[in-house]
Design a protein around this ligand. Sequence first.
Ligand SMILES: O=C(O)C1=C[C@@H](OP(=O)(O)O)[C@@H](O)[C@H](O)C1
Ligand SMILES: C=C(OP(=O)(O)O)C(=O)O
Length: 435
Amino acid sequence: MIIVKKTNEIKGNIYAPPSKSYTHRAVICASLSDGISEIKNPLNSADCLSSVHGARMLGAHIDTDDKNKWIVEGNNNSPKTPENIIDIGNSGTTLRILTGISSQIKKGYAILTGDESIRKRPMQPLLDALKQLGIEAFSSKMDGTAPIIVKSGEIKNNTVRIRGDMSSQFITSLMMTLPFAKEDSKIILTTPLKSAPYLDITLDVLSKFGITVKPLDNEKDKAEKGFFIEGSQKYKSCNYTVEGDYSSASYLIAAGVLLNSELTINNLFKDSKQGDKEIINIVKNMGAHIKVKDDKVIINGPHNLKGVKVDVKNIPDLVPTIAVLGCFAEGKTTIYNGEHVRLKECDRLSACAKELSKMGAKITEKPDGLVIEGVGKLKGAELETYHDHRLVMAFTIAGMMAEGETIIRGEDAVKISFPNFVDVMKSIGANITCK
Ligand SMILES: O=C(O)C1=C[C@@H](OP(=O)(O)O)[C@@H](O)[C@H](O)C1
Ligand SMILES: C=C(OP(=O)(O)O)C(=O)O
């Protein structure tokens, strides 16, 4: 557990942890490539190591001894049949991407599974999409969740239709798999897209590893939104440096604007493709005066915040952070368009409402979001975090602002995306201890 006490001041010049989304994609692209790639500043977290593990099972050699630089020898566009089941732990990104990629093993089957939470996360839209492509992939329990069994197969059809509103990771998986098809192909979205910036991250990394995926040309194809993928492309090796993670930095930014602070957070790029850089605009709209440089964010808090309305369609991972900020803002903060936020490590809408209410927050759960009446102060309480890293980190910030002591259960989950979270928070003066 983390024991959090009211914290008067935080100070420091720190680095945002490396991006989880970029690390996953870089290591998987490198693992498929034709040579040796160096991944610099990778995120050494449990989720990214799940991608490393899966990529090794599919035939890549990956040396992670140097935590600052992973060396990846790719399987030369020829994923191998895994010797065993692939246990991807808690990582949705790994499960979704490698389900598609596994269909390109030359013979046999790949079986992908993970922890209790991952075995509840939806997979059916991706399985249906693979079926349209002539690939046999199914849930062993026949309920659309992992364990997933994927049969090696040649991609046959060249058009796949898939919903875009449940998880962008299904589409990332298809974007990374369809370059293996002999013929050109199209992904057509049957609903408006959510979490869209994650597809920009996918396109960005793919392009560095020699793969081109283009949005469908809307002039020619007015009715259809989606992507065009040229057939028979090859992944090429590339030396890649991972930028800092705005989702992880959101907890530091929230702490900075709420508390008495002098905080510089480095390695956050102004021109990043990460949707979660929106945290900067959100706190600015709430009234915070933070300085944004090309590669860092500087905060001198506290700032008086006012409630705002936030569309979280494209920024699902920021919800716990915004919920905490809303508790300390004047007036009402409304989070909407976040049905997909219920499909993460846990139902984050319901968990935020339930747990923050224990601290005296006034939160109403809506089908697609949360309405938070700013109460200005919270009181310490004992909180559950449902094995969800983002809840542990967001609730820690709430605890630092609360009167009395807050106990946060399940702190181990931070290893998923921000393994040294507790040490970083202590280094800037957070009044926290682990037991
Ligand atoms: O592709 C990615 O790296 C991610 C996509 C998002 O998921 P959805 O597309 O399922 O919303 C996000 O919540 C997750 O943390 C990381
Ligand atoms: C939902 C998350 O990741 P994933 O989907 O990869 O499990 C997350 O990091 O908040």
